[in-house]
Ligand binder design. Sequence first.
Ligand SMILES: Nc1ncnc2c1ncn2[C@@H]1O[C@H](COP(=O)(O)OP(=O)(O)OP(=O)(O)O)[C@@H](O)[C@H]1O
Ligand SMILES: [Mg+2]
Length: 501
Amino acid sequence: MGAEHARTVEIIPSASALLQSLRGLGYAPETALADLIDNSIAAGAARIDVDLDWNGGTPVVAILDDGRGLDFDGLSAAMRFGGDGPMAERTSDDLGRFGLGLKTASLSQCRRMTVASRKDGLTSCLAWDVDQVAAKGKWEALVPEALPATRLAEAFGSRAQGTLVVWEHMDAIGGLFGLDSEDFFARLQNIRAHFAMVFHRFLAGDARRIAIAINGRVVRGWDPFQRNHPATITMPTERLRSTAGVMDVSPFVLPHRDRFANEAEYEAAGGFGGWSERQGFYVYRGKRLVAAGGWLGLGGARAWTREESSRLARLSVDLPTHVDAEWRIDVRKSLARPPAVLRPRLTAIAAACRGKAREVFAWRGGKVRRQAAKLGQPVWTAEQISGRVQYRINRNHPALQRLFAAAGDNQNLLTAALVLIEKTVPIERIWLDVSETGDTRSTALSDTEISLLADQLASVVTGMSGDDPVEVRLDRMLQQLPVKTGALRRSVLRIIGTPDE
Ligand SMILES: Nc1ncnc2c1ncn2[C@@H]1O[C@H](COP(=O)(O)OP(=O)(O)OP(=O)(O)O)[C@@H](O)[C@H]1O
Ligand SMILES: [Mg+2]
């Protein structure tokens, strides 16, 4: 019996059970809201307002855009679960894919979602109410008489076109319910940071420019690649091809901590979740960020993890919207996996970027290192000896040379002490500490250290041979110290008797 002749029976899904399961797809409030913003962007909006009202722990959320609105038929289609699914033809700026986002994102956070839309001067309004569907056991949407009383509903009232979505009747399934006001405002900060990251290319005008405001305050974009920072290294963009199309990969190495003006700027560049978390690939789909960091399961025999030494490596991958299936973009648009054919190439590009990032991370500021060859002698050197790195104290450093000169008959004693220090550098310990807490070495010198060092440095620089002025020699030495050296420099110059400029 062929399948076309088989008897069939229609089995209709249980409305209330299916709706309950769809609520548990695992959206966080910020990813749910971002899904609605995708829709607004796809509808051509230029301004999107998001209002989150704490409302004593049972928040009400509203999102208003000024995009092409929907008429009643359009709105009915929009409210259908699985409306235009993954097989539908879509334009290249349509950020949607599954025909689910509006409904699943909203109902992940609340039990009633109302959508009002205006097109050609006509307003249409429909709502899904989880409790209503459960009570009736039918996929019946409500046709509300009036809009929920919110600030943005009022604003919507005076718009020529646009769409308003309101979330009400929150419960513990969503992430905004039952918080005290402090926790609620902390979540608002997360949402703001998430938007700043996910939509940064729209906010900065690299894609079609849009403005997003949360509770009336405009969100400023966060550039993962710090392209405006002079010390960011931009590696050449590579173009990859697969059956689905062409995509660009651009590797960046971000500046060493020392190159940021202050700690706050450094933290800000690290981004939402911090430096370690935010290393790796930034995958964009239609210029909207879908994966913010991570190594996509790439690597050698073992997949790369988020290592401390690669924290400055970030790569952008630009996907056109139609490569979704190939990259396995998930419903929440927060995951992406590269297809097998592209993996070797991506691994090679990322390995080069990680290598460079490791260099910048290990050497305090790339600039200091480049100048060291021309100018001062480093105190420590790293040598590759039969495949292993050895850290050695530089015997040619002026301070060491003086020490050897002063040691007289005790040359061997001194050399033995240096070898002992070199052989016992607590590498594992340092590595662990830096991995766990970052580089937290003090960058300030105490008064005692300054007076001790100043005397010695003064005699080292005055005793050095060569034609350079003492200040130049002093600065070469100071350059090697990864600390604030202003006070030390002034002390040394005072001792030598050369006034500070
Ligand atoms: N703010 C909006 N303005 C205009 N139309 C909208 C808006 N939000 C949703 N729509 C319409 O509703 C449809 C369904 O939206 P929904 O988010 O559920 O699915 P999608 O965007 O097609 O796919 P995905 O599930 O990947 O988000 C959209 O395709 C769009 O036509
Ligand atoms: Mg959508």
